[in-house]
Write a protein that binds this ligand. Structure first.
Ligand SMILES: [Zn+2]
Ligand SMILES: [Zn+2]
Length: 427
C-alpha cells in the first residue's frame, strides 16, 4: 500500500464527518441491550445497502453483515460490536441516554453505550462507505460485520453458528478495534495476547436454615459464604506466581432475607480474568477446591454447585499480521500516535471469528478521551482514580478526533490486507 492509495480512499472522510457525527449521536441517544439491537441493526444495514453492499440481516439474532466484492484478492473482515449496557448514564452530556428497557428478566433497567460500541459502529459505517466509494483503489472483498451481544460474550459465537461464513465467505484476516480511555487520536497495538480470558461462575452454597436465635440447629450459609470469599482471595496472592497475572473477583453475594432468619443457601457470582490457559486452569481448579473444602468444613448438608455463566476467550493477535498493521499505522499516524498497548484485563469475544475462520486476527485500541485531561491525570498519578473507563456511567469519548481516527485505522488496516496498487497481498 502506498501513501497515495490511502490518501485516495480517505479523501472523502472530511465530507463524511458531519453525517458520522449525526449517526454517533443518534446511536448514543438510543442504546439497546445485548441481542435487542433491532433499531441499531436496521439503521446500520440500511446505510450499508445505500453504500452498495450486499447485506445480510438477522444473523445470530440481530447480527448484520455487508459484503462488497471487488475483483480478485483477499477477503478482509472488519468487525464492530453494537450492544449497550444496563448502566444509568451520568456523563451530563447534552446527548446522554435516558433510555430504559427490559433486561432478560423483564425488569426495566437504564441503558447506556458505556463501552463505546456506538463509536465502533460509527467508525465501521464510515470506513465501509469510504472503501465502497474508493473501490477503484483496491481489489478483493470487504466484509463488514456488526455483531450483537458482545457484552454477554455470545454474539460472535452466535453469528458464526448461524452460518456467517457461509453467507459472506471465509475471511483471510479478521480486524477489529475498541475505544479506550486513552488520549483521543492515539492508536495502540500489541503483539500476541492483548486482552484477558474471562470466566464467570455462579456458586450455590447449601446450608440448613432456621431461627436466628438458634444457630446450633442450622448450617449458616452466610458464615460459609464469608469464608469462601476470604479464602478465594488467597488464590492470586498465594497460588499464582508474581510473574503471572490473574484476577478473582466476587462481584455478587446473596444470602438471607431477614435479621432473625438463618438462610438455606448463599449464591455467589465470581469473575476470573487470566491471560494464559495454564494459569486459567489452575485458578478454576483452586476455586473448585476451596468452595468444596469450605463447604465440607462448615458441615454443609449438600455439596455446593459451581456453574459457568459466561466465558470469553483470550484476545490474541497474530504476530505477523499485527507487525504489518503496526507498521502501516506508524506510517500513517506517526510514531508519536502509535503506541504499544498494555495488557488489558477486560475481555472480548472478537477472537471467536478468527478462530472459527482459521484466519489470523488483529484487535487494536483507539484512545477516545480529551488528551490534556488524560495526560495530566497520568502525569499526576491519578489516572486510575479520575479517568472514567469503559463501563463507567461517566465514560464519555470526545467526538474529535476520535471519530476520524477510528475510521482512518479501519481504512488503513483494510487496505493493508486487500490487494492494492499491484502491491503485495497482505495476510
Ligand atoms: Zn464492554
Ligand atoms: Zn466493549
Amino acid at each position: 500500500m502506498t501513501t497515495t492509495d490511502r490518501a485516495t480512499v480517505l479523501a472523502g472522510l472530511g465530507e463524511l464527518l458531519p453525517g458520522l457525527e449525526e449517526l454517533y449521536l443518534d446511536l448514543h441517544r438510543n442504546p439497546e441491550l445485548s441481542f435487542a439491537e433491532h433499531r441499531t441493526a436496521g439503521k446500520l444495514a440500511d446505510r450499508l445497502r445505500e453504500a452498495g453492499y450486499e447485506v445480510h440481516t438477522g444473523i445470530g439474532g440481530t447480527g448484520v453483515a455487508g459484503v462488497l466484492r471487488n475483483g480478485d484478492g483477499p477477503v478482509v473482515m472488519l468487525r464492530a460490536d453494537i450492544d449497550a449496557l444496563p448502566v444509568a448514564e451520568k456523563t451530563g452530556l447534552p446527548y446522554a441516554s435516558e433510555v430504559r428497557a427490559p433486561n432478560q428478566d423483564g425488569d426495566a433497567v437504564p441503558v447506556m453505550h458505556a463501552c463505546g460500541h456506538d463509536m465502533h459502529a460509527t467508525w465501521l459505517d464510515g470506513a465501509a462507505r469510504l472503501l465502497a466509494d474508493g473501490r477503484d483503489g483496491w481489489r478483493g472483498t470487504v466484509v463488514v460485520v456488526y455483531q450483537p451481544g458482545e457484552e454477554v460474550g455470545e454474539g460472535a459465537e452466535t453469528m458464526v453458528r448461524d452460518g456467517l461464513f457461509n453467507l459472506v465467505g471465509t475471511p483471510a484476516v479478521v480486524l477489529g478495534q475498541h475505544v479506550v480511555p486513552g488520549p483521543a487520536g492515539w492508536v495502540l497495538t500489541r503483539p500476541g495476547v492483548l486482552m484477558a480470558a474471562t470466566d464467570s461462575l455462579r456458586i450455590v452454597l447449601h446450608g440448613r436454615g432456621g431461627h436466628g436465635s438458634r444457630p446450633e440447629t442450622t448450617v449458616d450459609p452466610a458464615v460459609l459464604a464469608a469464608s469462601v470469599v476470604m479464602r478465594l482471595q488467597t488464590i492470586v496472592s498465594r497460588e499464582i506466581a508474581a510473574t503471572e497475572q490473574a484476577v478473582v473477583t466476587v462481584g455478587s453475594m446473596h444470602v438471607g432475607t431477614a435479621a432473625n432468619v438463618i438462610a438455606e443457601e448463599a449464591v455467589l457470582e465470581v469473575n476470573v480474568r487470566t491471560f494464559d490457559e495454564q494459569v486459567r486452569q489452575r485458578v478454576l481448579a483452586a476455586i473448585e477446591r476451596i468452595v468444596q473444602g469450605e463447604a465440607a468444613a462448615a458441615g454443609a448438608p449438600r455439596p455446593p454447585e459451581i456453574t459457568p455463566i459466561a466465558t470469553f476467550p483470550v484476545t490474541s493477535n497474530d504476530e505477523g499480521a499485527n507487525r504489518t498493521l503496526t507498521e502501516a499505522f506508524t506510517a500513517h499516524f506517526g510514531a508519536d500516535r502509535t503506541m504499544e498497548a498494555p495488557l488489558v484485563t477486560g475481555s472480548e469475544d472478537f477472537g471467536e471469528f478468527g478462530r472459527a475462520a482459521g484466519a489470523p486476527s488483529v484487535f487494536w485500541l483507539v484512545g477516545g478521551l480529551d488528551p490534556d485531561f488524560v495526560l495530566t491525570a497520568m502525569a499526576e498519578g491519578r489516572f486510575e482514580r479520575d479517568v472514567p473507563s469503559n463501563h463507567s456511567p461517566r465514560f464519555a469519548p470526545v467526538l474529535h478526533p476520535t471519530l476520524r481516527t477510528g475510521v482512518e485505522t479501519l481504512v488503513v488496516a483494510a487496505l493493508t490486507f486487500l490487494s492494492v496498487g499491484g502491491g503485495k497481498l497482505g495476510a
